[in-house]
Design a protein around this ligand. Sequence first.
Ligand code: NAG
Ligand code: NAG
Length: 483
Amino acid sequence: MKKMLYLLSCLFAFIPFTKTDYLAAVVEYRPDQSTNSIEENMAKYYIEIENAYFDHHAEIIVFPEYGFTGIVEDPTNYALEVPDVGAQVTLIKKFQILYKIAQAAKDKLYVALNLLEKVPKSKNEIIYYNTNVVFDKNMTVVAKYRKVNLYNEPKLTPGDPNQNTSIFTTDFNVTFGMFIGYDMLSYNPSRSILENSSITDVILPTAWFSTLPFFHSMSFHSGYAMANNVNLLVATNHNFSQGIGGSGIYGSDGIALSYYISEDVDRWNGKPLFSVVKDSMTDNNCLESELPKRIKNNLENFQARRYFDSDHYTFKDLNLTHQNISEDICEGSFCCSFEIVLFSAVNTSEVYKLMVHTGQYSLGEFKRNDVRICSLLACETSDSSTCGTANVTVTSKFQSISIKTNVKDVHTKFYQPVTLTTDLLPVFNTTYHSEVNNGTRSIVFSTNGPEERVLVFGIYGNSGIREVASLTLLIATMLMYLV
Ligand SMILES: *[C@@H]1O[C@H](CO)[C@@H](O)[C@H](O)[C@H]1NC(C)=O
Ligand SMILES: *[C@@H]1O[C@H](CO)[C@@H](O)[C@H](O)[C@H]1NC(C)=O
């Protein structure tokens, strides 16, 4: 009887849904990389689509970057042709695989997936892209996006920075934008796409290399959703031994409605994550509480990368014997003001530092020229190179943390929060406020309540100018001027 009542209340809970609330599914998936991998993966996608629809009434499902093939360097044997936006996928040989996927979703839900796309240019020339494609319930391609900011993908061609096919509006009345992976670190497209103000929701298929301390998957994704006030659906490829993982459905306040980060080896039949993504304040706890929402295993073997060139950053120690701390820290003209209130009983042998950096930041081969970061960091020892590692353990409790910065407002510059606890989850209960007055952007980022196990609490900014991504391009340009 109790169960019956519960079910009934769930049924009623559907009623207050406003038109633009919807149920989303994202799949964290470790692709099969056997010889028939595309067929194998396609078959598994098929099952995920059916489960998402029949068991959970999902209205859209998102699959990860390189989900069809695994992360392969040579696209030759893996790439597929993709119909143009507006075309219905038909059962002709070159669209066979996509036809099966579109058919699985027919009359059920929207499917967003990522694949290697091939475009025959002439008899001897084929070009390859890293592409997202979205099918509607009618087997029509409603959107397509080719990755602009490639990362270690030498055989692929970057998408046109001005492509305009990556936005679509669903029959449940939500307008989505999308891009891929580390595109999120560049103004174009991750911020430029939001110049279209009808976009309220963003789709991110990715194979996200979680990188400490500032680019861990959930940390960065949550910060993006919060700073831009959009819902965000992230589906990442899964390979914990390379630090690839951390999927979630984030509300526009940056809070994960559901998430998954784990060092399970296998995750194809990992159930998708589901969540009602809300446009309104409608409460619907019943439906959510039924679903597997938050999964995080011990992450001891989750091999996040780390890029932290501490010799080039500016630090200031936090004196934990003081309960109220007010410090400014600058590098060049970029300054941040920290207001920190600690609880009285702290272990004063723990080490916290304030850090600021402006200029170059390297993520391996992905170098950026005009990064700005300021952050509170927990450290293993007083040596700054030990700040923000996965080995830090801290017990100090903060009553509040607040960071302020004022920067010149430049169109293509963007900022967002970055936070992590020592559990490698974002600090969720925070407020981010950013406003422009007379050409100055004022940002305030604060906790809403007490926090502990804080590893990273900061603001990240970027100019949007892609730096020396391709030395070859630079040389090619120089040669052009020489001839
Ligand atoms: C921290 O503050 C206390 C009290 O003001 C002072 O005695 C101590 O020297 C400070 N520690 C450091 C490392 O500055
Ligand atoms: C205080 O922190 C230090 C450094 O992290 C640690 O070695 C020590 O065990 C801690 N003491 C207590 C009582 O927790």
